[in-house]
Each structure stands twice: as C-alpha cells, then as structure tokens.
Design a binder for this molecule. Structure first.
Ligand code: AMP
Ligand code: GLY
Length: 396
C-alpha cells in the first residue's frame, strides 16, 4: 500500500517509523517534512491540490495527525474525492474545537464531565477558552485577583475563543489519555497512556502540549472497571449519533470522586502519547489502519510488548510562551533510544530547533524508573543551547 501521513511533528514521525516497519507498505509519503528520512516529502498549497496529488500517486490510505487540517475539513474534501482518509469530518472535529459542544454531547449521554460553574464561589476553579488553543487555553485559578488577570490574558491570547470563556469545577486526580480508533461501526482502544501537561512540577507552572508520556498505565481494579464502563458509553454515543467518520478519538480523562471524568476530547492521536503507544505496540500499524478503512476493527486484537514505553520531550527555554529558536541540535546514536523530530529544521544538513518542542525521545524498559532514567541520561548527551526538559517525571 502507498500511504500519506499529514503533519510534521513528533507524533507524525512516530507514525512514519511504525508504518515503515510494515510488510504491507509500498511507498510512504509525508506532507510535509523535509527532515523525516522515512518518507518522501510532498508540498501542497491547498487540500484540493493535495487530493489530486494523492490520486496521481495512487495513495491507498491518508492518515492525519494535527488538529488544524482536521478542523479545516480535510476529511470532507478527501471523502468527496473517494480517497481513504483516517480523520474525522469537520462536524466531528467540533468535539475538539469546541469544549462546549463536547460537554453538551457528553451530558446527553451521561458521560461524566466537570460541571460548569456560573459564579466563582470557591477556589481553585478552572477557566477555559472555547476553541483550539494548543493546550494553552486552560488556567487553574486560585484567587479572585488571578481570575481577573487570567481572564484578560485569555482574551488577549485567544481573541476567537475568548468570546466563549467559561469556568468549571476543579477536579483533583490522576489523568489518563485513552486513544481509540473509530471505523464508523466499532472502536479499537489503544492501551491507556499518560502525558505530563505542566511545564514543571511547580503548582503555578503553565500547561503545555505535553512534556512527556508513558504507556501502558497500570490501573486499579475499580479504575479498570470504570474505564470499561466509559468505553461502553463512548461506543454507544458514537453509534447512536451515527458518527460517519474513520478516525481517532482521544479522551482526556481524570480520576476524581471514584470515577473517570472527561476533561477534553481531541479528535486525533495525542502528542507525545503516540510516541509511547506506538513504541509499545507489537501489531502492524498499517494492518490496523487498513482494517479501519474496511470497518473491520472489531476483528483486531492488539498485541503489546512487555514492560513500558516512555517519552521525554526536549524543548527550548521560553516554551510555551516564547521559545528560543534557531539552536544547533546534535545527539549521539543510541540503539535503545528512538529520536523523534518534533520541531526542527534542516540548514546545511544540520538540525536546528524550531517551535517550542524540538525532539521527543522514546525508549522501552521493564519499568518506568529504568525508562525515564535512561531518557534523562540520554537527554544530557543532546547538545543544544537553551535546552529544556521537565524534571521530575513520572510525577503527575
Ligand atoms: P484540557 O485542555 O481541557 O484537557 O485541559 C488541559 C489540562 O488542564 C488537563 O490535562 C488538566 O491537567 C487540567 N484541567 C483541565 N480541566 C480541569 C479540571 N476541571 N480540573 C482539574 N484540572 C483540569
Ligand atoms: N498530549 C496532549 C495532546 O496531544 O493534546
């Protein structure tokens, strides 16, 4: 099969690496990254033009990583051209692009989500801008003064989302990323992963796109039971709504009050969760994607490697606000470490940092401590000025 991956970050690099191992793969294309060695780079100036290129190259399956093309409606355009695409339609992308739309749907199907607060009577509470904010539209608020300043800040940072800022109850607990693939008929769940959203361990540090991840996550019996219940509800919701797309749905969950609550939906695989999940997977990814296209996900039994896979993000000082870009990156070969390019550019055959998160490094080991110790010691060997990694993983 010929496959096109859309996107250019660490998640897409992990997808390319996994596809490259598949016996079913003929040619692999990426739109767009000149740095991934695994795939042929394709440029495009419109989704229509990309659809034409897919036809000319006889692409069998397109898989989309980032939210932007999904929310632009790439799936609707490609479906019109009868190109097999793994990405939700524009209608379903609303679950990610509008937290309020998602809350409404969840409430209709009795899926737990944090209750909306009308007036700030106690702290902490959570302030959210409705819209795509790259994980940065959420603030945990500890006082009235902070509420006022952060409200102003959200309005300035996200003028679109700021039209619908809302407050919700603060839930205390551990988080879980459940990434599932929907084929229009059934759901295939990947093993649960965890990512680390805060920039550092400090309570007032900002939320980010994710500073690290691991998979699988060990659950207690009751957590597993409740997760199974949640999976049933999610399946029912998608079936009952006749969700006519093939794509990923990422449930951002938190364990609070003895139940899983949904904090958010993302209609795409998570970054950096994908790096850990795919590293842990022992089933051919292209076989899974092909089954999704033919609505045969119910026939797939996922196989996992033993132990755990973990990922550490190597970012730049100043991330997430103003990352210091343009630094030369050099790192040694290490057969135990997979280096994913998250935000880099190539100049004169050398890699330079671009964007806040630059590399995501992944390894597998028998236990989490061994995995993260190995990742931290490898990250010390990466030469890059203004390098930043979050200390203290795997603390929540
Ligand atoms: P979201 O984009 O809604 O998933 O929020 C990003 C992060 O903010 C989550 O992963 C949580 O760490 C935190 N967060 C969001 N909503 C809440 C909430 N209601 N209670 C506690 N923490 C939250
Ligand atoms: N790691 C969180 C996300 O992909 O949004």
């Amino acid at each position: 099969m010929n496959v096109l991956v859309i996107g250019s970050g660490g998640r897409e690099h992990a997808i390319c690496k996994a596809l490259k191992k598949s016996k079913l793969l003929d040619k692999l294309y990426i739109a767009s990254s000149p740095v991934f060695k695994e795939a042929v780079d394709i440029r495009f100036s419109s989704y229509e033009e990309l659809a034409q290129k897919c036809k000319a190259l006889q692409i069998d399956i397109v898989i989309v990583g980032p939210e932007a093309p999904i929310c632009d409606g790439i799936a609707d355009i490609f479906k019109k051209h009868k190109i097999n695409i793994i990405a939700p339609t524009k209608k379903w992308s609303n679950l990610e692009s509008s937290k309020l739309v998602a809350k409404q749907l969840m409430s209709h199907y009795s899926i737990n989500n944090a209750p909306i607060i009308k007036a700030p009577s106690r702290f902490p509470l959570v302030l959210k801008a409705d819209g795509l904010c790259g994980g940065k539209g959420v603030k945990i608020i500890y006082s009235m003064d902070e509420l006022v300043t952060q409200m102003e800040k959200l309005k300035a940072d996200f003028p679109e989302g700021a039209k619908r800022i809302f407050m919700e109850e603060y839930l205390e607990g551990v988080e879980l990323s459940l990434i599932s693939l929907w084929d229009g008929k059934s759901l295939l769940h990947f093993p649960p992963a965890r990512d680390f959203k805060r920039l550092s361990l400090s309570k007032d540090s900002p939320n980010t796109g994710g500073m690290g991840s691991y998979c699988p996550v060990e659950l207690t019996e009751v957590q597993q039971d409740r997760l199974d219940l949640y999976k049933t509800k999610l399946n029912f919701m998608l079936s009952d709504e006749k969700a006519d797309f093939i794509g990923f749905i990422y449930s951002g969950l938190i364990w609070a009050k003895n139940a899983w609550y949904v904090l958010e939906y993302n209609m795409r695989p998570g970054d950096p969760e994908t790096q850990s999940i795919l590293n842990q997977l022992d089933t051919d990814l292209l076989y899974i994607l092909n089954a999704a296209i033919y609505q045969k996900l119910d026939e797939i039994k996922l196989r996992l490697k033993n132990g755990v896979s973990a990922t550490l993000v190597v970012a730049s000082d100043g991330y997430p606000q103003q990352p210091k870009d343009g630094n030369l990156i050099e790192f040694p070969e290490d057969k135990e470490i997979v280096v994913h390019y998250s935000g880099v550019e190539l100049k004169n055959e050398k890699l330079y940092s671009k964007g806040g998160r630059n590399l995501s490094i992944t390894t597998s080991a028998g236990d989490l401590n061994t995995a993260f110790n190995r990742l931290y010691s490898y990250s010390d060997k990466i030469r890059m000025e203004n390098k930043y990694v979050r200390e203290g993983l795997p603390k929540n």
